[in-house]
Design a protein around this ligand. Structure first.
Ligand SMILES: Nc1ncnc2c1ncn2[C@@H]1O[C@H](COP(=O)(O)OP(=O)(O)OP(=O)(O)O)[C@@H](O)[C@H]1O
Length: 257
């Protein structure tokens, strides 16, 4: 399958500290979900920030659809940015408390008036109608459209954040611990929703979590990050194989115990 994202020998250190990421390389194909798992502090969120263009690497390259991301400037950078969107861990922090949720859902489309996602083609002239379609995709009915974030449950807020992430019909959605702030009972609903949306909209995901079970459920392949280095990359079905890296085996053991 064609690589959508190529990450090549990425390294980053903050100041004189030891590197947060060292020589990290991987690819994500079109339509693939790559799970990224690692302990707290292993560098997962930093890697996400690099892919989103929020940080610059000291060394290495990020290539999106054949284009070198960090070489881009101006309009070309703006065009590339819309292809990669993100859903963060805490929807309360990522939603504007002063906006009704329908406005938050379509905000990115206001910054990119030229973008017409296929699923919004019939309603592009009305922000409110676009919001209704988007929110419906994530299971938020029109009766909730005018609510503010504080009037929703955590799971509903994360659904709105997902709607916003999808609004520009990105190629890649970076999901950075998208269920970690939610009740266990709600986590499975959000994972199922993300899976359905991935198939429906033919998205690729970088799915980041410290929870092996969620990563295994979501991902086609799994990459294991330890102290800023990728120590293991494998297809999800091979998680329990004998030839896994010792660190991966330790993580599996910890879950089973
Ligand atoms: N802006 C920064 N300045 C200095 N150090 C940083 C900065 N951001 C992250 N770090 C350090 O980089 C390391 C990796 O952090 P990162 O947030 O990427 O890890 P993580 O795997 O996402 O952890 P968690 O699962 O706890 O979110 C940590 O030691 C962190 O303290």
């Amino acid at each position: 399958m064609k690589p959508l994202l190529e990450v090549k020998q990425l390294s980053l250190a903050y100041g004189d500290d030891s590197p947060v990421l060292a020589d990290v390389s991987f690819t994500i194909s079109e339509g693939e979900c790559l799970g990224l798992v690692g302990e707290s502090g292993s560098g997962k969120s930093t890697l996400a920030k690099l892919i989103l263009g929020l940080e610059k690497p000291d060394q290495g390259e990020i290539i999106l659809n054949g284009v070198h991301f960090h070489a881009l400037r101006g309009r070309a950078l703006r065009d590339a940015r819309k292809q990669v969107q993100v859903v963060f861990q805490d929807p309360t922090a990522s939603l504007n408390p002063r906006l009704p949720i329908w406005k938050t859902a379509v905000e990115p489309l206001e910054n990119y008036p030229e973008v017409v996602p296929a699923f919004l083609s019939g309603v592009r002239d009305s922000s409110r109608n676009m919001a209704a379609v988007l929110l419906d995709k994530v299971g938020i009915g029109p009766e909730l459209m005018d609510r503010y974030p504080y009037q929703l449950s955590g799971g509903q807020r994360q659904r709105v954040a997902i709607a916003r992430g999808l609004s520009l019909q990105p190629k890649l959605l970076v999901c950075d611990e998208p269920t970690s702030s939610l009740d266990v009972s709600i986590q499975a609903q959000i994972l199922n929703l993300l899976k359905e949306l991935k198939d429906e909209l033919k998205l690729s995901y970088l799915f980041i979590s410290h929870e092996l079970a969620s990563v295994r459920f979501m991902s086609d392949r799994i990459a294991v990050l330890k102290d800023g280095k990728l120590v293991d990359v494998f297809v999800s079905e091979d998680l329990l194989e004998d030839n896994r890296h010792p660190h991966t085996r330790d993580m599996v053991k910890a879950v089973l115990e």
